[in-house]
Design a protein around this ligand. Structure first.
Ligand SMILES: [Zn+2]
Length: 324
C-alpha cells in the first residue's frame, strides 16, 4: 500500500519516538506500579498523537500499532516474535487503528455538519470528487483513505449517502471487524499450537492485574503465548530458553524437551509437579488437554500461584542442573 510521502517528517519522528519510548525490557522486583505508570503514559501519548491522526494517522495505522505491541512485549518480557493478535487477545485490547478510526469518523461527522462555505467542507467536497482517481494521484486523498477503511466493513457507500452515517454504529462495526480479524488470526496461527484453546476472546485475562505482581504475570503470559518451536522465559533477571525440538538434557528419558515434557513429564521436576500441580492433572488424560487445562487459569487464584511456582522452581532447578 502506498504510504503518504507528504508527512514523513512528523510521522516518522512520532513513530520513532513511540517505538523507542518503551522498548527496553523492564526487570527487577515490584515493578508493577512503574509499568502501570508507563502504560498510562503510553496511552496518553497515543491519545495526544491521535490529535494528529485526524489528518495523517489514517495513513499509518499499522505503524502506530507497534507502539502498543512494543509496550505489552516489554512489560511482560515476551519475545519480539510474539504476534500482535496474541497480545491483543490476551490483554483484551483493541488495535490502535480502531482508536484512530473512531477519531477520524468523529471528524468526518464534524465536517459533514459544517456549512457548505466552510473551508474544511469545501476541501472535503473537492477530495470526494477525486476519490476515484488513480492511486498515484489520490494517495494523499484523505477521503479515499477514509473510504479504504469503510470498505472492509461494507460501508464504503456512506461516502455518497452521508446522511445515513450513524457514528456509534459505524465505530462499533469497525471495532467488531478488528476483533474478528484478531480472533481469526489466532485460530489460524501457526506460531503457537495451544493459545487458541486458552484464549476466551472476550476480555483481558483475569491473571493480568489480579495479583498486582509482574513476575507472576510475566511467567504465565510467556508460557501461554509461547511459540510451538521454543519456550522463552525471562523473569527476575534470568533468561531461559527451551528448544522444543531437541532432547531434554536434564533427564535420561531421551524425550524431546517440548511444552508437555516440561510441564507434565520430565522426571527432574516430579517433586514440584506433585506438590503444586497434581490436583490439576487428571491421570490418563492426553498431554495436550492436561497442558491446556493447567494454563487455562480462569479466575482461580490458587491455580495461578501453583502454576507460577511450578514453572519458577522448575526453571531454577533446570538452570542449576545444566550448569553442573
Ligand atoms: Zn527432561
Amino acid at each position: 500500500m502506498d504510504r503518504a510521502p507528504k508527512f514523513p517528517a512528523i510521522q516518522e519522528r512520532n513513530v520513532e519516538r513511540n517505538q523507542s519510548s518503551s522498548f527496553n525490557p523492564i526487570s527487577g522486583q515490584d515493578l508493577y506500579n512503574q509499568v502501570e505508570r508507563t502504560r498510562k503514559t503510553t496511552q496518553a501519548e497515543l491519545k495526544d498523537r491521535k490529535f494528529f491522526s485526524l489528518f495523517w494517522g489514517i495513513w499509518y495505522m499499522d505503524d502506530l500499532e507497534i507502539v502498543q505491541s512494543t509496550f505489552i512485549k516489554s512489560a511482560l518480557c515476551l519475545p519480539r516474535s510474539t504476534p500482535g493478535h496474541f497480545l491483543r487477545v490476551e490483554t483484551g485490547s483493541l488495535p490502535v487503528k480502531a482508536k484512530i478510526f473512531r477519531r477520524t469518523v468523529h471528524y468526518w461527522q464534524k465536517i459533514l455538519n459544517m456549512e457548505r462555505d466552510r473551508w474544511p467542507r469545501l476541501c472535503y467536497e473537492e477530495l470526494l470528487k477525486a476519490v476515484d482517481d488513480s492511486p498515484t494521484h489520490s494517495s494523499l486523498n484523505w477521503v479515499r483513505r477514509l473510504r479504504d477503511s469503510l470498505l472492509p466493513i461494507g460501508m464504503g457507500c456512506l461516502l455518497n449517502d452521508p446522511e445515513l452515517v450513524q457514528t456509534k454504529d459505524l465505530i462499533k462495526a469497525y471495532e467488531n471487524h478488528c476483533t474478528s480479524l484478531d480472533i481469526a488470526r489466532v485460530c489460524e496461527s501457526g506460531y503457537g499450537f495451544y493459545f487458541r484453546n486458552l484464549a476466551d476472546f472476550t476480555e483481558r485475562q483475569w491473571y493480568l492485574g489480579s495479583k498486582k505482581n509482574l513476575q507472576i504475570e510475566r511467567i504465565i503470559a510467556q508460557m501461554r503465548t509461547t511459540s510451538k518451536n521454543e519456550i522463552r522465559f525471562y523473569a527476575k533477571g534470568s533468561a531461559h530458553k527451551i528448544s522444543c525440538e531437541t532432547v531434554c538434557n536434564v533427564c535420561n528419558t531421551s524425550e524431546v524437551e517440548d511444552h508437555f515434557h516440561f510441564m507434565l513429564r520430565c522426571p527432574l521436576y516430579n517433586y514440584y509437579r506433585n506438590f503444586y500441580l497434581s490436583r490439576y492433572i487428571n491421570v490418563g488424560e492426553a498431554p495436550e488437554i492436561s497442558c491446556c487445562s493447567l494454563l487455562d487459569i480462569g479466575r482461580d487464584s490458587e491455580k495461578l500461584i501453583a502454576v507460577y511456582h511450578y514453572i519458577s522452581q522448575a526453571l531454577r532447578l533446570r538452570a542449576f542442573s545444566l550448569e553442573e
